[in-house]
Design a protein around this ligand. Structure first.
Ligand code: FDA
Length: 402
C-alpha cells in the first residue's frame, strides 16, 4: 500500500468497524481499515448459529445495559433496525423472523459479511489485514494527526476509530486493545466482564442436578432489575439457555454497584398463581412431584422436590407448608458460583465509558478525532440481535461524522 496518509483509520474490521468505514468511504473520506485477524469478521460468521441474528424489530434503549443508560438513544434513533433491514433488502438477502422480533438470514451469516465488504468497496475503503498494530500516538505538530505504527510501517490519519470489540471468544481474535487505547488517552473504562454467558453452580448444587443435564424449562428469571421469560437449560456445569444468558448480564452488572451479590431468582411457573394452584390440589393423595410434572419436566419436578425434602403426597402438606412451596416455585433463588467466562460469553459487559464520548459522533470529548464504536464501548445489548444493532448504529454515527 503506497498510500500512508488517510482521513480515517478504523482498527477492527468487524461489524461496527466495517459499518463505520463504509459510511465514511461513501462520504468521500479516504479510509483504511486494519485488522489483525486472518479472516474477515469471524464473529459475524459464527453468530446466530451461522445465520446471524442481525437485528431485532423492536430495538430501544431499554434493550441495553450501560452505566449511562440514555447514551444509546441518539444513535439508535438515527440508524435503527428499519435502516439496517432496508440495507439487507437492498442487497437481496432473504431473512426470517423468529420469536421476540429476532431477524436471521435465511441462508448464511456470510451474506452479511459480503454485504458489508461490498459497501466498503463501494466507498473505496482499503483493507489491511492481517496486520498487527504496534502502537498508536498523537503527533505533536499543528495537524495533530494520529500515527498508527504497524508491522508494515506508519500510517497517519485525522480521525481514528477504535472498533476492536470486546473480550469474548479470545480464540478468534478478541483482545483488550481498545481498552488500552482508551487508557492511553485518559478515557475511563468500566471494568469488563463476560456477559450473555452460561452460569456455573457450586459443586453441592451441581451434584444434586447432575442427572438433569439436558433438561430444558420455560421459566422466568430475574436479577438486579432484569427480567426475562424464555428457555433455561441445565448443563453439566450449571445453567444455560436464552433466559440464563439474558439474566447473566444483570447478575454480572451487580459488581458495578458495589453491592452484595444477589442470587438469580427463577419463577418456575410463569403466568400461573402457584399458591392458588397448589391449594386446589391440597387434598390430593398423589405426590407433589407428580402434580408439578403436569407443568414442568418430570425429571426436574422429582429432583426439585428431593432437593427441598418435599417427597410427600400433597395431602401431607399443611397449608402453611404449601405456601412455602408456592413461594419456592415462583421465586426460587439460586446463587451461581460464577460464569463460564469469555470463552463462552457472547459479549463483554463494560468497556469504554460512554460518559466520556459524544452520543452523536462517538468521539472522545477529551481527544478530538478519536472515536470508539461497537462492543468496545460500555453498551451491552440483550440477546436477540441487539448487539449487532448497536454495532450498526454506533458505526453509522461515527461514519457520518469522521
Ligand atoms: P467484533 O468482535 O465483531 O469485531 C472486532 C474486530 O476487531 C475483529 O475483527 C478483531 O479481529 C479485531 N481486533 C481485535 N483486536 C484487535 C487488535 N489488537 N488489532 C487489530 N484488530 C483487532 N450479536 C447479535 O446481535 N446477534 C447474534 O446472533 C450474535 N451471535 C453471537 C454469537 C457468538 C458465538 C458470539 C461470540 C457473539 C455473538 N453476538 C451476536 C455478539 C456480536 O457478535 C458482537 O456484539 C459484535 O460482533 C460486536 O461488533 P464489533 O464490531 O464491536 O466487534
Amino acid at each position: 500500500m503506497a498510500e500512508l496518509n488517510f482521513d480515517v483509520i478504523v482498527i477492527g474490521a468487524g461489524a461496527a468497524g466495517m459499518m463505520c468505514a463504509a459510511q465514511a468511504g461513501r462520504r468521500g473520506r479516504k479510509v483504511l481499515i486494519i485488522d489483525h485477524a486472518e479472516k474477515l469478521a469471524e464473529k459475524i460468521r459464527i453468530s446466530g448459529g451461522g445465520r446471524c441474528n442481525f437485528t431485532n424489530r423492536r430495538v430501544g434503549p431499554e434493550n441495553f445495559l450501560s452505566r449511562n443508560p440514555h447514551f444509546a438513544r441518539s444513535a439508535l434513533a438515527r440508524y435503527g433496525s428499519a435502516q439496517f433491514i432496508e440495507l439487507v433488502e437492498r442487497h437481496g438477502i432473504r431473512y426470517h423472523e423468529r420469536n421476540l422480533g429476532q431477524l436471521f438470514c435465511d441462508e448464511s451469516a456470510q451474506q452479511i459479511i459480503d454485504m458489508l465488504r461490498a459497501e466498503c468497496e463501494d466507498g473505496g475503503v482499503r483493507f489491511a489485514m492481517p496486520l498487527r498494530v504496534e502502537a498508536v500516538a498523537r503527533q505533536e505538530d499543528a495537524l495533530a494527526r494520529f500515527a498508527v505504527d504497524t508491522a508494515r510501517g506508519r500510517y497517519t490519519c485525522t480521525n481514528l476509530v477504535i472498533a476492536c470489540g470486546g473480550l469474548s471468544i479470545p480464540k478468534i481474535g478478541a483482545t483488550p486493545f481498545g481498552y488500552r487505547i482508551a487508557e492511553q488517552f485518559g478515557i475511563p473504562v468500566v471494568p469488563p466482564r463476560p456477559a450473555l454467558v452460561p452460569l456455573t453452580l457450586p459443586p453441592e448444587t451441581l451434584q444434586r442436578f447432575a442427572s438433569l443435564a439436558g433438561c430444558s424449562l420455560d421459566i422466568e428469571a430475574q436479577c438486579n432489575g432484569g427480567r426475562f421469560r424464555e428457555a433455561a437449560l441445565i448443563t453439566h456445569r450449571g445453567l444455560s439457555g436464552p433466559v440464563v444468558l439474558q439474566v447473566s448480564s444483570y447478575w454480572q452488572a451487580q459488581a458495578y454497584d458495589a453491592g452484595d451479590w444477589a442470587p438469580v431468582c427463577f419463577n418456575l411457573l410463569p403466568g400461573i398463581d402457584a399458591q392458588a394452584w397448589l391449594e386446589q390440589h391440597a387434598g390430593d393423595r398423589g405426590l407433589l412431584a407428580n402434580l408439578l410434572a403436569e407443568r414442568l419436566p418430570r425429571r426436574f419436578a422429582h429432583a426439585w422436590c428431593a432437593l427441598h425434602g418435599w417427597e410427600r403426597p400433597l395431602n401431607r402438606f399443611r397449608a402453611a407448608e404449601l405456601k412455602i412451596v408456592a413461594t419456592a416455585l415462583s421465586a426460587w433463588e439460586i446463587m451461581p458460583s460464577g460464569t463460564q467466562g469469555y470463552a463462552k460469553a457472547e459479549v463483554t459487559l463494560g468497556g469504554v465509558d460512554t460518559r466520556a464520548l459524544s452520543s452523536k459522533t462517538m468521539e472522545a470529548s477529551a481527544c478530538k478525532g478519536l472515536h470508539f464504536v461497537g462492543e468496545v464501548m460500555d453498551i451491552t445489548g440483550h440477546l436477540g440481535g441487539f448487539n449487532f444493532q448497536w454495532a450498526w448504529s454506533s458505526g453509522h454515527a461515527a461514519g457520518q461524522s469522521v
